[in-house]
Design a protein around this ligand. Structure first.
Ligand SMILES: [Zn+2]
Length: 479
């Protein structure tokens, strides 16, 4: 650990930190994550493979442990289960959860957020039964031949959110504090919340967490369409002055999963144009090449109508991007904010489920950079590992967690990979002039690492630990 000693004269006070030759880097910048979801995640039971849940037995053990600490009748929430990494290769059912805790209502959430499993007590409390009909877009999985719900519910998150009480404030605050510890221990000094559901309510809530010191990293956020409209009705400058969080753009989710695009091209064009005219950067979630192209269409039209340098528009994820599309993004000056740790965490599934042709342009970091696109890294936590160094390792090695290679032609260099979370991250969040580099005039946000990333084997980059995290010259975390 670096030695910290107080020093100074009677007129000035400063600390001398002897890093003993260790690597000092700009603090990591995570340009796309979901803070409230992280707080909820940490407020509940972690059921992901990284928490050691690799079978239904492990999952039941975690719920049983939580049940022991939870008063009868109170909700137990679990997060991040992934049937792909369970030995049984299937979703849990109400029966599995009943066996772990029949007396508490239990709700567990799939790592994608698109599926939930409720035990019998929970199904009873929310009133989902043999006779229930699916809400639009939702699916209640059934046991055969009885037709009783199996407990597994698809695309019913918003329905459940209305029926299940929010976690108690206390549990949520515990989650915020855990998220904060995790952020600082991984050296993340700046982050941007990219939640499409963000509005003024979330802006106030997160501002309060910062004010209370529960959250220490620098935070900015995007708002969804309704939040954007609400801020447009108010004075944005005055609003920002009154709070702790910069509002940095509009988030739009462009979805292709329900057959056709949602929103459709005309609607997307109109949304993008309205935000562009208001000088808001637009961040469009686009995964498939077709949706990325549709996003480009809208951005191109808006920029043709009122050309502007430094517009700050971004594509989030950009998971599939052939070279011609990459060149188009470069021409428009649109940044890509992507998640290299996805192919470490989910690479095995990609290799099994995506056809070979499409794999060729899966997260094509090298192609994007060579085409002149500015690319920033991020985690999308809690949907993928938060650690920036896990993202760096994935970008450099293209290896998934079991060691299989995911499109190795798209490897990038270590310096480029670190840059995704430094300089490029700062540009993506609109802070290029103040963050992301160790240079005079920049904010003193830094990390001290226990090993030099350039001196360890590339497969060991994510094992490097953060020794010290410094924000604005203040040591906020030490190992
Ligand atoms: Zn996201």
């Amino acid at each position: 650990m670096p030695a910290v000693r107080d020093a100074g004269t009677e007129h000035s006070y400063f600390q001398v930190i002897d890093c003993r030759g260790r690597a000092v880097l700009p603090g990591f910048i995570d340009a796309h994550l979901h803070l409230t979801a992280m707080a909820h995640y940490h407020g509940g039971v972690d059921l992901g493979p990284d928490a050691g849940v690799l079978s239904l037995g492990d999952l039941q053990r975690c719920i049983r442990e939580q049940a022991r600490k939870t008063p009868d009748g109170a909700w137990i929430r679990g997060n991040g289960y992934n049937e792909f990494y369970l030995a049984e290769k299937r979703h849990p059912t109400r029966r599995d959860l009943d066996a772990a805790s029949p007396r508490h209502p239990v709700k567990i959430t799939h790592r994608s957020g698109h599926a939930h499993v409720l035990n019998s007590r929970a199904l009873e409390l929310v009133g989902i039964s043999l006779h229930s009909e699916e809400p639009p877009g939702g699916l209640i999985d059934r046991e055969l031949p009885s037709g009783e719900p199996s407990g597994l519910l698809f695309e019913m998150g918003s329905t459940l959110a209305r029926l299940i009480p929010d976690p108690e404030e206390q549990a949520l605050m515990r989650g915020v504090e855990k998220a904060n510890q995790q952020l600082l221990s991984l050296g993340i000094t700046s982050l941007q919340d990219a939640t499409a559901g963000n509005g003024l309510e979330q802006w106030h809530a997160m501002g309060k967490w910062l004010e209370q010191g529960r959250l220490r990293s620098r935070v900015s956020m995007m708002l969804g369409w309704e939040g954007f409209q609400a801020v447009k009705r108010e004075n944005r400058d005055a609003l920002e002055k009154s709070g702790r969080i910069k509002i940095r753009g509009l988030k739009i989710i462009l979805d292709q999963s329900r057959g056709g695009f949602f929103p459709g091209q005309d609607e997307l064009d109109a949304m993008v144009l309205e935000a562009h005219r208001a000088e808001w950067p637009v961040a469009i979630h686009a995964v498939e090449a077709e949706t990325v192209a549709s996003a480009c269409d809208s951005l191109e039209k808006a920029l043709a109508e009122s050309p502007r340098q430094g517009h700050g528009h971004r594509i989030e994820h950009c998971s599939q991007c052939p070279p011609a599309l990459a060149r188009r993004l470069a021409g428009l000056g649109v940044m890509v904010v992507t998640q290299p740790a996805f192919f470490w965490a989910h690479g095995e599934r990609y290799l099994q489920t995506i056809d070979r042709d499409d794999q060729q342009w899966l997260y094509p970091l090298r192609t994007l950079l060579e085409s002149g696109v500015k690319v920033a890294g991020s985690s999308d936590a809690p949907l993928a590992p938060l650690a920036p160094l896990a993202g760096v390792q994935a970008a450099v090695t293209r290896l998934e967690r079991n060691g299989q290679s995911v499109n190795s032609r798209e490897k990038i260099g270590l310096r480029q990979a670190l840059n995704l979370y430094a300089r490029a991250g700062a540009l993506a969040i609109g802070e290029g002039s103040r963050r992301g580099a160790l240079a005079p005039g920049m904010l003193a946000d830094l990390v001290v690492l226990d090993q030099d990333p350039f001196a360890v084997p590339v497969e060991a980059i994510q094992d490097i630990k953060v020794d010290t995290t410094i924000i604005g010259g203040e040591v906020v975390w030490q190992a």
